[in-house]
Design a protein around this ligand. Structure first.
Ligand SMILES: [Zn+2]
Ligand SMILES: [Zn+2]
Length: 301
């Protein structure tokens, strides 16, 4: 089952050096989940051949423009292109008012419904669940209320061993995949463990942007498989990071260590950095399995 994320934007504040403001597209079993929607997200989706029409869920971390200025454009285009299925949007409560006022003054009545789910930024809780994954909020520490999102796959079924499964009627597959032994009409017992292999362990992806180093959210992202964490500045600008409630590259690596993440992606880079190698090296000095979450890269989670 597919579980991967494509980076659409890696820049903080403004688009510079071919870097776009924050946006990521999570693909879970061919369902699309958009995480933040900075300016230019539509063009990025087109550039990387990702169909915006397939997005059914949008998660907005906070109301700084670099995380949602692309949203009204995306929603409007979907309307113009004839979308009728609903869109679920999760974000800070005032976001709905912001969208409504823009639609009001452009005299736009969307052809499709928006189901809006306001997020309270006071404690971590589950905001979404379907048959494949759950999404929980991560309480971040930024200048305005901000939440990250923890995407966790649900435990999956055992996998049929194809060559062996051909011997038995398909009607028994569901039970076998659930680990249940079955009895055929002729009395033969079919053991699940003989006809299936264990399921892949469920994976998790934690999205943390924007925030300063704050131990209070560490328990929510403990032992996550892949952690995306902002790393706006080099550590020599720690004072600036604290002042603006952001994280340094070194701190991002420390956080990945403390929470026991298996892999770290860093992003949300300050416009003062034309190249990013120094940020990557600083993070890798404390957490080696780090990669730059830059535009166009897709990571298997
Ligand atoms: Zn930001
Ligand atoms: Zn921000």
């Amino acid at each position: 089952m597919k579980f991967e994320v494509t980076i659409l934007g890696s820049s903080s504040a403004t688009p510079v050096f071919n870097r776009n403001p924050s946006a990521q597209l999570l693909n879970c079993n061919e369902k699309y989940y958009l995480i933040d929607c900075g300016e230019g997200t539509q063009q990025q989706l087109t550039k990387y051949n990702l169909k915006a029409t397939r997005i059914d869920y949008i998660f907005i971390s906070h109301l700084h423009g670099d995380h949602y200025f692309g949203l009204i454009g995306l929603l409007s285009s979907l309307h113009l292109n004839g979308r009728t299925k609903s869109m679920q949007i999760f974000g800070p409560k005032p976001l709905l008012e912001i969208l409504e006022i823009q639609f009001k003054y452009s005299d736009t009545v969307l052809r499709y419904p928006i189901e809006f789910f306001p997020i309270e930024a006071n404690e971590s809780f589950k905001i979404f669940e379907n048959s494949e994954l759950t999404v929980k909020t991560i309480m971040l520490n930024h200048r305005i209320p901000t939440t990250g999102f923890l995407f966790e796959q649900k435990p999956r079924q055992r996998k049929l061993i194809k060559e062996k499964a051909d011997e038995i009627p398909m009607a028994y597959y569901t039970a076998l995949k659930k680990g249940i032994d079955v009895e055929l009409p002729d009395g033969k017992i079919i053991k699940s463990e003989d006809y299936t292999t264990p399921a892949d362990p469920p994976k998790s992806y934690a999205y943390c942007s924007d925030t300063m180093y704050d131990e209070r959210y560490f328990s929510t992202i403990k032992d996550c498989d892949t952690l995306y964490h902002e790393a706006t500045f080099l550590h020599e600008l720690l004072d600036r990071a604290n002042e603006t409630h952001h994280t340094t590259a070194l701190q991002a690596g420390e956080i990945a260590n403390v929470v026991g993440a298996k892999k770290l992606l860093i992003g949300h880079f300050s416009s003062r950095y034309k190249t990013l190698q120094m940020l990557l090296e600083e993070t890798q000095s404390v957490f080696e399995n780090t990669e730059l979450a830059i535009e166009g890269r897709t990571f298997q989670l």
